[in-house]
Design a protein around this ligand. Structure first.
Ligand code: GLU
Length: 306
């Protein structure tokens, strides 16, 4: 892990940010500065490298789906979680509802909005948002995570599409009553404010099979972590997941706030901030940096030069 390599990656990626655009469909996200880039790499051996905007707070958005899936697996078990949510990449946009219309179609996976809303409905009945926030702090090794009230209000003011998805799911019997409570829970989770460092912390806990790297405390069961990492690999980068898996080969999850969480199994966690997004919703700088690091450090899952 050479600092110079990370610096080179950030410098080159900074030149690419003009190719992307910050998300504006949640008005508050439109205020982000698209030229920002930050990367943190936390290794299992205790090394920590941070370059660029790694302390800037931004909303976790879809990366919260990883935390919600993990907690749901712990609280409800595998069978219940996957009773009404699939495990397949959808090939559609994260907020698509087109396939949900088909007769027996459950949401394709827990990383798209429909799947995450089903998961939120399981969670909202079992655990408070405050408890989820505490769990997020401990999984991200970041005690300073809070709810970004501005993002939360902004998203709630423009929630029609997710509301439509949620009521369609309710009409099909995939989520139980109190759709509004479930939506608030889902949006609050998306509005947690994190940094690139928090995401590297979460990546490290997942790379370490759910064990806190410093205290040795088990935060998540091994089986939970295995499921989460596999779903990240196949479905974590929206409808760009296949191409990302081929080119980069690192289980990752992105969010429209510009974050990417990446897990190099048994080695390190990587967290990225770069709010300029490509047409799929993935951070332009983040994609570039991960491809660069994957090549330089032989991080692709199937790279036999390790
Ligand atoms: N809160 C966002 C939404 O539901 C999450 C989108 C994302 O990051 O993919 O639209």
């Amino acid at each position: 892990m050479e600092l110079q390599v990370v610096e080179q990656a950030v410098a080159a990626a900074s030149d690419k940010t003009c190719e992307g655009k910050v998300a504006t469909y949640i008005p508050e996200l439109g205020k982000a500065d698209g030229s920002r880039v930050g990367v943190s790499v936390f290794s299992r051996s205790g090394e920590r490298l941070s370059v660029g905007d790694t302390k800037t707070r931004f909303s976790i958005q879809s990366i919260s789906k990883v935390i919600s899936l993990a907690v749901a697996l712990e609280l409800c078990g595998f069978d219940m979680v996957f009773q009404n949510v699939g495990m397949e990449p959808s090939g559609d946009a994260f907020n698509s509802m087109v396939k949900l219309e088909y007769a027996h179609s459950v949401p394709y996976n827990p990383m798209i909005n429909a799947g995450a809303i089903v998961i939120a409905s399981y969670l909202a009945r079992r655990i408070s948002f405050e408890e989820m926030m505490r769990t997020s702090r401990s999984l991200c090794l970041d005690p300073d995570i809070v709810l970004d009230e501005n993002v939360y209000r902004s998203e709630m003011s423009n929630i029609s599409r997710n509301r439509a998805i949620a009521y369609l799911l309710e009409s099909k019997g995939y989520i139980e009553k109190d759709v509004e409570k479930c939506l608030h829970f889902y949006v609050k989770m998306c509005s947690l404010s994190v940094t690139a460092e928090s995401l590297a912390g979460l990546g490290l806990v997942l790379a370490n099979d759910g064990i806190h790297p410093a205290t040795g405390e088990r935060l998540l069961q091994e089986q939970t972590v295995r499921v989460v990492k596999t779903i990240m690999l196949t479905c974590g980068m929206y409808d760009g997941s296949g191409q990302f898996a081929v080119r980069v080969g690192i289980p990752s999850k992105s969010g429209v706030g510009g974050g990417i969480l990446s897990v190099i199994d048994r080695e390190m966690g990587i967290g990225i901030y770069g709010p300029a997004l490509d047409d799929k919703g993935n951070s332009v700088a983040g994609r570039y940096i991960l491809e660069y690091l994957s090549e330089k450090w032989h991080l692709h899952l199937f790279d036999n030069r390790k």
